[in-house]
Design a protein around this ligand. Structure first.
Ligand SMILES: *Cc1c(COP(=O)(O)O)cnc(C)c1O
Length: 365
């Protein structure tokens, strides 16, 4: 007799989990450019707030994240009833899909995009994924996405800047798209990298969600704010959706996370100085890679995308031998995080070596 058996769809998650490599350095990989983490140590004031909260971890956290939500509501000048926090924005995204889509309902997103979308949609929630190819330049094809909306579409994710291509959705094209999407379909702007955007024509979800009753925005403290290990993200959503998300809360955000997030908001100026350094490094790396002959596309996030196709794993191997962890995404390409200067320099050297070994044309025609 076989024992209790988890749903077979869950097998795909193991694959996802095995292919990631963020977190702690290992003996082999000392430069972690695989998970789009912030390379800087915690800001002193934020660390102090987390340590103070740690002294009380025998107590449950505030399940409603009330002080954090009040701080966010103040920051974005929106009522607290429009906010919900969760265990990372992945936790928020999972709750959104669970709240909106039953088995058989459709959840649309571009592809390639954030790997959590298919996993949560299909494996965790049993809903039907509708993956619409990006344009050749790595942008969302909003016209094609609008065409694919059906009576079963409940949710559309727009990842901007898109992980892994680094491309943003433009303000005007988004307005045109939203005018075509039925009002009962929730459009979620996943803006995990919003703080790194320098393009003035990019859509800003925190503005758009004031103008359309069916738009939500999801943001995170994991990337620019550097709290990836504390697991805290939030949504600004239509009131009924935000209320549903708060109802689903399971003490998923620790008090340490909540206090660190509140302290981080108070330290936004210092956070943004670090973001500016990352953006400067992004420009430096893009320039160096273009000079080496790589067809690197201009990114608006804290990572770069190299569409290496079937050479992806081989290139990641070259990086690994230099102690650098990068992210291979199937046979589409390699995503590399803009990290600390020293790590970036090592990466650029590895990239130059790869080009030398493989001649001027490492790409399929
Ligand atoms: C990193 C990332 C997230 C955030 O993950 P957390 O769960 O908040 O750590 C969300 N969306 C995208 C597209 C990401 O790349």
């Amino acid at each position: 007799m076989p024992g209790p058996r988890p749903r077979p769809e869950l097998h795909s998650i193991a694959v996802h989990a095995a292919s990631r490599s963020g977190g702690a350095p290992t003996a082999e990989l000392t430069h972690l450019l695989a998970a789009n983490e912030n390379p800087y140590d915690p800001l002193p004031g934020v660390l102090d707030a987390a340590i103070a909260a740690a002294r009380r971890f025998n107590r449950y956290p505030d399940i409603g994240c009330a002080r954090l939500i009040a701080a966010l509501a103040h920051r974005f000048d929106l009522p607290p009833t429009r906010f919900a926090a969760g265990a990372g924005s992945v936790g928020v995204i999972q709750s959104l899909i669970q709240a909106m889509a039953a088995p058989g309902d459709e959840v649309m997103y571009a592809w390639r995009s954030f790997e959590a979308y298919p996993v949560i949609t299909k494996a965790i929630c049993g809903a039907t994924p509708v993956a619409v190819p990006l344009t050749d330049e790595g942008y969302h094809d909003l016209a094609a996405m609008a065409e694919r909306v059906t009576a079963r579409t409940r949710l559309i994710f727009l990842c901007t800047p898109n992980n892994p291509t680094g491309r943003t959705v433009g303000r005007d094209e988004l307005a045109e798209f939203l005018d075509r999407v039925p009002e009962d379909v929730l459009v979620v702007l996943d803006e995990a990298y919003a703080e790194f955007v320098s393009d003035k024509d990019a859509a800003d979800g925190t503005t758009v969600c004031r103008e359309y009753p069916n738009v939500a925005v999801v943001r995170t403290f994991s990337k620019a704010f550097g709290l990836a290990g504390l697991r805290i993200g939030f949504a600004i959503a239509p009131e009924a959706v935000a209320a549903a998300l708060r109802t689903m809360a399971t003490y998923g955000v620790s008090q340490i996370g909540q206090e660190a997030a509140i302290a981080s908001l108070a330290a936004t100026d210092d956070v943004m100085k670090r973001v500016d350094q990352v953006i400067a490094e992004r420009h430096r790396m893009e320039g160096a890679l273009i000079e080496q002959g790589w067809p690197v596309s201009r990114s608006q996030a804290n990572f770069l995308w190299l569409p290496l196709r079937e050479r992806s794993a081989e290139f990641a191997g070259v990086c690994a031998r230099a102690g650098i962890g990068v992210r291979v995404l199937g046979e589409d390409g390699v995503r590399v995080t803009v990290g600390a200067r020293e790590s970036n320099d090592l990466f650029l050297a590895a990239a130059a070596n790869f080009r030398l070994e493989h001649g001027r044309q490492p790409f399929p025609a």
